[in-house]
Write a protein that binds this ligand. Sequence first.
Ligand code: COA
Length: 170
Amino acid sequence: MVAPLIRLARDSDAHCIAVMSRCLIEVGLRGWSWDPARVKRAMRHREVCIVVAEINHRIEGFAIAEFGDTRMHLSLLAVNAAQQRQGIGRSLVAWLEQSARTAGMAEIQLELRANNPGGRFFYEALGFEFVRAVPGYYSGIETALRMQKTLRSTIFEKAEFNFSFKNKHL
Ligand SMILES: CC(C)(COP(=O)(O)OP(=O)(O)OC[C@H]1O[C@@H](n2cnc3c(N)ncnc32)[C@H](O)[C@@H]1OP(=O)(O)O)[C@@H](O)C(=O)NCCC(=O)NCCS
């Protein structure tokens, strides 16, 4: 397989991303949560990063992530069915994980539908751990699984901070 080009999404990608979200992630849920207008709004948000995986000028995968103070939230991720199991999903997450590490994030968190064992296996293969089930997360009716990957230990940093703080007042 040709290695995918991972790049930031452009306005003209919004429709394709929204359709992939509807068909690959939101399938069976009420309404269309990530429609093209929402994807475009997200692109303009300073704390949101949207990346696409392109092969031969065709978008085959995408991911949407939100950066908080210490946590990156992976909101959406999908790869076209015909291109799955070729490392595209792994490349998208690796790109975002590198950005999260550079930005000093302590962890990456995400939710996925409880009836998506393939998605759970995928995230586990990438080092994510199950945190807890969140009932009603999708459309108020469907349960989500929350998963998390720790990038750096905040407990150690807090201990270090307390230590240096105390020392200053000796
Ligand atoms: C989940 C998804 C993004 C994975 O993307 P992908 O490009 O197929 O995944 P990769 O090829 O990078 O897989 C990396 C590793 O994850 C694991 N993995 C991926 N899909 C898996 C599956 N269905 N079952 C078991 N393990 C899986 C494997 O260990 C794989 O490595 P391998 O192929 O060398 O064995 C893709 O299947 C998808 O778009 N699914 C529909 C939407 C979705 O579920 N999104 C995630 C929740 S929002």
